[in-house]
Design a protein around this ligand. Structure first.
Ligand SMILES: [Zn+2]
Length: 249
């Protein structure tokens, strides 16, 4: 049975919402360009299926905060201005995948980012000790360049109540002023076209080989991100069911 989720962008997800236990989502790599709403979509899947989101950023922060050996190594490398090598990231993910809450699946965010990481993950979870015994599937939320650009450059934020507006799609009643308490709206310094172009370039360069990897294995689908949150959610779920049900055995 496929349940529906009530969405209200102004309210946090209901933590008491029933978890859909009738479908085993397994490991899902969610991909999406800046501004595509990947975080929102990941959160919807997390809530619906009661599975965790595993992000390398969160893992790095958690390991640093706990002062683990991996965290200290990563910190030393990052403070010298270098990227944390695959071996350390892989090890952090491996530890995370040994925890109990991943047994029905998990949403991967920002990992695997390289072919080496993708190979490592595929080999790791092929070991029957890792639950659920399902391969990684990848879903990319795609939207038109101009729409993404508008979502980023049109974004305005109220520093007082944290409301988020968009001058193109969700403008305040009075230009430049928050509807809630009348505070002035501001634009984040990196919500500009040059920064967006740079981030898109990086995103495309980084994800192309990972997408090619999963596509070649028949474990990749795109979801149309040129629509509202609920419709994108439906498209992501369609891709998810298709990729899982198409799998034999
Ligand atoms: Zn406000």
């Amino acid at each position: 049975m496929v349940g529906t989720i009530t969405l209200n962008s102004h309210c946090p997800s209901d933590p008491t919402a029933p978890v859909d236990a009738s479908f085993l989502p397994g490991p899902v790599l969610l991909l999406g360009a800046p501004g595509v709403g990947k975080g929102t979509q990941a959160q919807l899947l997390v809530t619906k299926y009661g599975i965790p989101q595993i992000s390398t950023g969160d893992l790095l922060r958690a390991n640093k905060a706990r002062g683990t050996e991996l965290g200290l190594k990563a910190q030393a490398i990052m403070s010298s201005g270098q990227l944390v090598p695959d071996a350390i990231v892989n090890e952090m993910v491996l530890e995370r995948l040994r925890e109990k809450d991943v047994q029905r699946g998990y949403i991967l965010d920002g990992y695997p980012r390289t072919l080496d990481q993708a190979d490592f993950l595929d080999e790791t979870i092929a070991d029957p000790a890792f639950l659920p015994r399902l391969p990684v599937i990848a879903i990319s939320i795609v939207a038109a360049y101009d729409q993404l650009l508008q979502r980023i450059t049109g974004r305005r934020i109220c520093a007082t109540c944290k409301s988020i507006y968009n001058v193109y799609t969700n403008p305040p009643k009075v230009d430049g002023v928050c509807d809630c308490e009348g505070a002035p709206l501001s634009q984040r310094s990196d919500d500009t076209e040059p920064v967006f172009i740079e981030r898109m370039k990086t995103f495309e360069e980084q994800t192309a080989p990972v997408i090619a990897h999963y596509r070649a294995l028949g474990r990749f689908e795109e979801a149309d991100g040129n629509q509202g949150v609920e419709a994108v959610n439906a498209a992501v779920e369609t891709a998810l069911f298709h990729l899982r049900n198409g799998r034999s055995g």
